[in-house]
Design a protein around this ligand. Structure first.
Ligand code: B12
Length: 209
């Protein structure tokens, strides 16, 4: 389908407003928002990741592509919002200290919202202290943390330790994710669960609450 190629090319070239318009057109043409994300936008990000790894793309290129990806995701967000609010756990989520990656987190948020969950997004580069404050303030059922760098994975454990230090650990279920994170690592640091993708995150939370 021509529109899929057009979205892929616009994403690879980091053309944010073009991506936004094209994903809206794709949905008007009958593609489901999930298909646009799963079969077009995520494979394009994979290409970007590969090229970045091989030094065929540099940080500014990846940043532009990421902005284009975010623009597409924001355009699709209304389609993911659910009207059914049967199960409504409150989720606080953020990317850990030192880490600026948030595309995956946004996808997780969209899926949780589509499942009727209330999500409070703390943003990126969130310190253990800020996570602790947010748990005190919002009293969520679930605390979700994202880490995309092996270097920032220890911040997941540090945040869990900070929750213990503030006697909050048994007040909230902690779930973790991000490409270098594994189920074994989640168990090792004392998290309640790990999910490898946005859809699994929804099911994980349903299981935990
Ligand atoms: C885009 C990107 C960037 C962008 C980020 C923009 C943004 N707004 O996010 C920019 C340019 C800023 C960037 C910077 C850097 N990056 Co970068 N980046 C990427 C890239 C290409 C894509 C990441 C992505 O968005 N993937 C798509 C999403 C959908 O996947 P995801 O994040 O894994 O999320 C899914 C799951 O993991 C899960 N999930 C995610 N979070 C959570 C949370 C919870 C609670 C749950 C349950 C599930 C869950 O669900 C998501 C949806 O299905 C990856 C390569 C790759 N293939 O991953 C490198 C990559 C992550 N980056 C890398 C590196 C090294 C860097 C830099 C250090 C580069 C540098 N020299 O400066 C900096 C670090 C900056 C910082 N301090 O964070 C390395 C990390 C290597 C490592 N293992 O440590 C990678 C793997 C590239 C590589 N192959 O070398 N990067």
């Amino acid at each position: 389908m021509q529109i899929k190629h057009e979205i892929t090319n616009a994403l690879l070239e980091g053309k944010a407003s073009e991506v936004k318009t094209l994903v809206e057109v794709a949905v008007q043409l009958g593609l489901s928002p999930t298909e646009v994300v799963d079969s077009v936008m995520l494979p394009a990000m994979e290409i970007i990741g590969e090229k970045f790894k091989q030094n065929r793309l540099y940080i500014p290129d990846v940043l532009m592509a990421s902005r284009a990806m975010q623009a597409g995701l924001y355009a699709l967000e209304p389609f993911f919002k659910s009207s059914s609010q049967v199960l409504k756990p409150r989720v606080v989520i953020g990317t850990v200290a030192g880490d600026l990656h948030d595309i995956g987190k946004r996808l997780v948020i969209m899926s949780l919202q589509a499942a009727g969950m209330e999500v409070i997004d703390l943003g990126i580069d969130i310190s253990p202290e800020t996570f602790v404050q947010a748990v005190k303030e919002y009293e969520p059922d679930i605390l979700g943390m994202s880490a995309l760098l092996t270097m920032t994975m220890p911040a997941l454990a540090e945040t869990i330790q900070a929750l213990h230090a503030h006697c909050l650990r048994d007040k909230v279920k902690v779930i973790v994710g991000g490409s270098p994170v594994t189920n074994d690592y989640a168990l090792e640091i004392g998290a309640d669960g790990y999910a490898g993708c946005a859809y699994d995150a929804v099911n994980l939370i349903k299981m935990l609450v």
